[in-house]
Design a protein. Structure first.
Length: 95
């Protein structure tokens, strides 16, 4: 099963912030299994959770949600045809 681009960005943000599923669950006020479902692509988080994840992981909510603009404030915007392709990982980081 192919994972969505959103799921790839979510994993990248969480891994880049050195966060655990438990960290994200606490920030979003949800259960750890809910975060695992988001990271595995089973469900998408609600908008409020995306905003909280973005804040915790120091990434832009627009980038996390839709891939719009740079990943972080101050990053250079790269044209779509020059962006690297996100590659799926074997799995999400376990708590």
């Amino acid at each position: 099963m192919a994972i969505s681009e959103f799921t790839q960005r979510l994993r990248l943000a969480i891994d880049g912030a050195d966060a655990t599923h438990e960290d994200i669950a606490g920030v979003c006020e949800v259960s750890r299994p809910a975060v695992t479902h988001w990271v595995n692509g089973r469900n998408d988080p609600p908008r409020e959770a995306i905003e909280r994840i973005a804040l915790r992981c120091n990434v832009r909510a627009g980038w996390l949600s839709h891939g719009e603009g740079p990943m972080r404030e101050g990053d250079l915007t790269v044209p779509d045809d020059e962006r690297p392709t996100l590659t799926p990982t074997d799995g999400a980081r376990a708590p």
